[in-house]
Design a protein around this ligand. Structure first.
Ligand SMILES: [Zn+2]
Length: 138
């Protein structure tokens, strides 16, 4: 499996300034706290996460990412919201993935809405559609 080893090293279709800034934000975060996949989820041999980010505003950003996770990747699955004025927002797949591993679920799909606040705009200003597939060691 092609594996890049970190959540923020991504294949990106659409790149713009906000996207770049968001990526830098991600890098700044302390992923060390999360530990490695091999430590946190030793039964996992690999993982592929596909995400589509969208904003429910004028000029929606549509961004797709496919992320390949290895046992030596960080178990860090939190993506920053790319809405500039959003505070305390973001998309955290950690609990979804932890739950999948617990149940040995091989694939899951869903949507996460950003719960951050952006002044006058209502919450739900941005959302991520995700598809996760996990391979397990026997
Ligand atoms: Zn947000």
């Amino acid at each position: 499996m092609f594996c890049k080893g970190a959540f923020y090293l991504l294949k990106e279709k659409t790149v713009n300034r906000q996207d770049y800034a968001a990526k830098r934000e991600l890098k700044k975060q302390n992923r060390l706290d999360a530990g490695l996949i091999s430590g946190r989820f030793p039964e996992v041999s690999g993982m592929v996460i596909h995400m589509t980010y969208s904003q429910k505003v004028l000029n929606p950003i549509l961004m797709e990412r496919t992320i390949n996770i290895c046992p030596d990747s960080y178990a860090y699955f939190n993506m920053e919201c790319m809405t500039k004025s959003c505070s305390n927002g973001g998309f955290d797949l950690t609990s979804i993935i932890a739950d999948m591993v617990k149940k040995h679920t091989k694939s899951a799909k869903g949507e996460i809405n950003c719960k951050g606040e952006v002044g006058v705009a209502a919450s739900g200003h941005a959302f991520v559609l995700y598809e996760i597939s996990i391979q397990y060691k026997k």
